[in-house]
Design a protein around this ligand. Sequence first.
Ligand SMILES: Cc1cc2nc3c(=O)[nH]c(=O)nc-3n(C[C@H](O)[C@H](O)[C@H](O)COP(=O)(O)OP(=O)(O)OC[C@H]3O[C@@H](n4cnc5c(N)ncnc54)[C@H](O)[C@@H]3O)c2cc1C
Ligand SMILES: NC(=O)c1ccc[n+]([C@@H]2O[C@H](COP(=O)([O-])OP(=O)(O)OC[C@H]3O[C@@H](n4cnc5c(N)ncnc54)[C@H](O)[C@@H]3O)[C@@H](O)[C@H]2O)c1
Length: 449
Amino acid sequence: MATTNYDFDILYLGSGHGTFDGAPTLAKQGLKVGVIEAGLVGGTCPNYGCNAKITLDFPVHLQHQVHELNPVLRGALTLDWNANLRHKQKIIEPLPDMLTHRMTDSGMMLIKGFGHFVDAHTIAVNETQYTADKIVIATGLKPRPLTISGNEWAMDSTAFMALDNLPANLVIIGGGYIAMEFATMAIAAGSQVTVILRGDHALRQFHQPLVNQLMLHLTDQGVTFLRQTTVQAIKKTATQRYEVLTEDDTLVTNGVLNATGREPNIDLLALDAIGLDSTANGILVNDHLQTNIPNIYAVGDVIDKPQPKLTPTATFEARYLAQLLGEHTTDPIDYPPIPTAVFSSPRLAQVGVSVTTAQAHPAEYRIVEQHLADNWYHQVSQSKIGTTILVFDQADRLVGATELSDRATASINTLLPAITLKLTAHEVNRIIPIFPTDESAAWKLLPHD
Ligand SMILES: Cc1cc2nc3c(=O)[nH]c(=O)nc-3n(C[C@H](O)[C@H](O)[C@H](O)COP(=O)(O)OP(=O)(O)OC[C@H]3O[C@@H](n4cnc5c(N)ncnc54)[C@H](O)[C@@H]3O)c2cc1C
Ligand SMILES: NC(=O)c1ccc[n+]([C@@H]2O[C@H](COP(=O)([O-])OP(=O)(O)OC[C@H]3O[C@@H](n4cnc5c(N)ncnc54)[C@H](O)[C@@H]3O)[C@@H](O)[C@H]2O)c1
């Protein structure tokens, strides 16, 4: 039973992590909660993002680590992309059903279809209108099309992760997360890979000396990076190949991946009709995730925000919103440091105060850089790359960390509690990690009392 005269107390638009990590709690509380989903239940991360990607990447990263151990482990390991794809589908395909149950078992109602606003309390899906006391926009991002002739010949990350076989030759446009991760996968599967960067830099939000090391390593694996290059058009040839026209050259290829970023999924929501404020980066919200229309909230990637648009951010916001709308808090949202990683081989991960910020404020921060040769554990795995950079504040507490290595995600996750909980050297000393492990090697980097 709705506790108001509306069809729902709370109606979510979109069923990704921003919804399914919070909304079921509200339904279990007795509120009438609905969710409208136009595509696969669970949204980007399970179906076309993190889970799909990491399943495809698992053998790629393993192959990289085995390769580093040559000649201890000998012989060529061949990545069978088609078998890898089938494994991914087997792992991923059950997720929408599983997530549907997570929501409907809690009492939520799932409505399939594309929703748009009629007024501040009403969403239309096809011919049916649904009313709600509160509405939460959780529609995420979608691939940003190229604004050049031939855009239709470039695949997006979803199409790439559904390819039965990888093209023998692949051109990737862009230098962000998707470009680096997918270049890593494609080169491991035997494609010839060219990455086109419009400027000199890739992964701008990461520490550039480490990004350059990563690019050098990918170059050694066979990836070609073209800098300061603008794609002007893409053409399809009579022989089922593509021509990628740049200012200097024409690249002939079997596949083109558009990895130039994603944009908010808001253009068809009729936000103007209800006067809801948004920008090209998403929906504007206050520190309670509330839009300029008081009964409408937004969560996850669709928000215009400084925090990284990642799954853990969407999950944190989903849980906060469930607390707020369930009337368990009136506090503003208070984001902890949010870690992020590029799942290339090697991995590049970071959290907290950046090295660039620390370098700009030498009186406030102390920077410690540790290299492969200093880390015994990296030597065990014969890794060719391993750099960790730590940033400490004046009280000698860890406030930032970045690492390029095969184990960078484990290291950064291990260091996270020290940063988030602002642990003192005495508190650090109270925590004893299992030895000998990557995690104990990372923990050892901290000052102990
Ligand atoms: C290739 C790729 C790899 C990624 N890898 C990682 C990673 O390794 N780690 C990480 O943390 N993050 C990763 N991300 C980002 C992560 O997927 C997102 O941050 C996360 O999915 C955001 O969740 P969300 O709920 O905000 O939006 P989404 O998961 O995008 O959900 C939005 C949902 O809304 C639906 N929708 C949109 N408009 C409407 C409408 N009008 N009516 C009804 N339904 C609608 C969509 O169909 C979609 O299901 C990756 C993203 C991509 C594309
Ligand atoms: N490991 C992860 O957490 C992960 C992995 C994949 C995707 N994601 C999420 O998905 C989002 C999208 O990923 P992405 O890699 O597509 O975007 P991105 O924003 O990370 O990178 C886009 C890249 O394309 C370049 N670019 C933009 N417009 C261009 C143009 N017209 N021509 C050439 N280059 C252009 C940018 O300079 C940038 O290098 C990420 O921001 C992130 O939120 C996260």
